[in-house]
Design a protein around this ligand. Structure first.
Ligand code: C5P
Length: 428
């Protein structure tokens, strides 16, 4: 686990960045990444793997980084200058771009067969990875399982981007562009630095995430496509801004965010009951969950057999309304700052504004789930934050960076000195 924290990276000046370059075609972009990092006045030590040299030379990387490239655990003269353990301690950040499927697998299993993987194991620096590979390799269960393991350990994954690939395929697997990696780093790194005391420090933030499942019988249920990713990322972002975060999640196949209290639920009614328990001392409530609006009125105790419905071309399910959790929160006696989410398929802003008013929310974050590569189950999202006096749009980006941007905006809108004194004035 990294003990140094990434949030120190608002300013890369005089930070020690260990840049790992592995053997993907995107390695041709690594010299540009070195140039950008040095432009921020970071010291960059490049470490290449054997296959990286098939795509980019150590000479090029040495020229742009101003330091001899390290590529061999057994290079006695390099080790004499700075041993690998010393190098692991030197790093404030390990950035691996591009990271191949092979590298991800090595890291996930804790292998130390090369200088780069040894450094990753021996360092307490945060590890940020920009994967790059063929679409099918990226989507392969083995790779996805490795990614899940790495995320669980706190490794930060940037991208990959969607688009045309060197192999001729189209889909996810392109390395994030060097400029995007740099801006991701700044966004991910910025919450706790430079901005003075964090306004969410000590605040209790309750977030709902994921879908709910409404049982029909012991084997069937009604649910939706929500993955929970956006809610989990928001929970991490709120935690990084100093909040005590309670994440109440429907069934999502995601690791619990580090430092966040996770409460698992299945149905909307269970979610509502857990939210209720948290309200008495809650400062901010963010409803990201895609709560089922209706549930079957009766749940059959036994699996409904086809036999029982034979000769019927249709059967009916009677549904009854679930509690509207966020509307309930907004009306409660201990009303916290209440922020909703709206996943829309048409007239997104118009519908979101309607929900903001009807549910009496302080703000709502809306995203168009029909847009390409964003929304449900995607790692990226584009969204508009609407509050009673304004709105701001955020372009497509990783759900992690969008979450930090949104949480910072919420902090500024509702917890800055000006926001707090305006509220006081309003209340007389
Ligand atoms: O009306 P709609 O379901 O689209 O509203 C979306 C917002 O309301 C989200 O913030 C969602 O978490 C919340 N919601 C809720 N309880 C429901 C339905 C939606 O908290 N039963």
């Amino acid at each position: 686990m990294p003990s140094k924290i990434l949030r120190d990276f608002v300013n890369l000046e005089s930070k020690n960045v260990l840049l790992g370059v592995t053997g993907g075609i995107a390695a041709y972009k690594s010299p540009e990444l070195v140039r950008l990092l040095r432009g921020e006045k970071a010291s960059v030590q490049v470490v290449t793997t054997a296959s990286a040299k098939q795509f980019v030379t150590n000479t090029t990387l040495q020229s742009v980084s101003g330091r001899p490239v390290r590529d061999n655990l057994w290079d006695s003269s390099a080790e004499a200058a700075m041993g690998h353990i010393e190098l692991a301690r030197w790093a404030d950040l390990i950035l691996i771009a591009p990271a191949t499927a092979n590298l991800l697998s090595d890291l996930a299993t804790g292998r130390a067969g090369s200088l780069l993987t040894t450094l990753c194991l021996a360092s307490e620096a945060p590890i940020v990875i920009a994967p790059a590979m063929n679409r099918v390799m990226w989507e392969h269960l083995a790779t996805q399982e490795n990614i899940k393991k790495l995320k669980k350990r706190g490794t930060i994954i940037l991208g990959p981007d969607d688009g045309e690939q060197a192999c001729g395929e189209i889909g996810p697997g392109r390395m994030r562009e060097p400029e995007a990696i740099l801006s991701d780093l700044k966004i991910l790194g910025s919450p706790k630095t430079g901005a003075g005391p964090q306004k969410l420090e000590g605040k209790k933030v309750v977030i709902t995430a994921g879908p709910t499942r409404e049982p029909i019988d012991p084997v069937r249920y009604i649910s939706n496509h929500s993955s929970g990713k956006q809610g989990y990322e928001l929970a991490t972002a709120a935690k990084d801004l100093g909040a005590n975060v309670i994440l109440i999640s429907g069934p999502a196949n995601l690791p619990a965010p580090i430092g966040v209290k996770l409460i698992n639920v299945i149905t909307a009614q269970e979610m509502c009951a857990e939210v209720e328990k948290q309200l008495h001392d809650c400062d901010v409530f963010i409803g990201v969950a895609a709560v089922a609006d209706y549930r079957p009125s009766t749940v059959s105790p036994k699996k409904i057999k086809k036999d029982a419905t034979r000769n019927k071309s249709e059967i009916s399910l009677t549904l009854e309304e679930n509690p509207d959790i966020i509307a309930y929160v907004a009306k409660s006696a201990h009303r916290p700052l209440t922020i909703g989410f709206a996943a829309e398929t048409d007239s997104a802003e118009e519908n979101a504004l309607k929900k903001l008013k009807e549910k009496k929310l302080d703000a709502i974050i809306v995203n168009d789930v029909t847009a390409n590569g964003v929304g449900f189950d995607s790692d990226e999202n584009a969204a508009t934050l609407i509050w009673t006096e304004g709105k701001t749009h955020y372009e497509k980006q990783s759900k992690a960076s969008l979450s930090i941007t949104i949480m910072r905006k919420i902090e500024k809108l509702f917890f800055s000195e000006t926001a707090l004194s305006a509220t006081k004035q309003k209340m007389g």
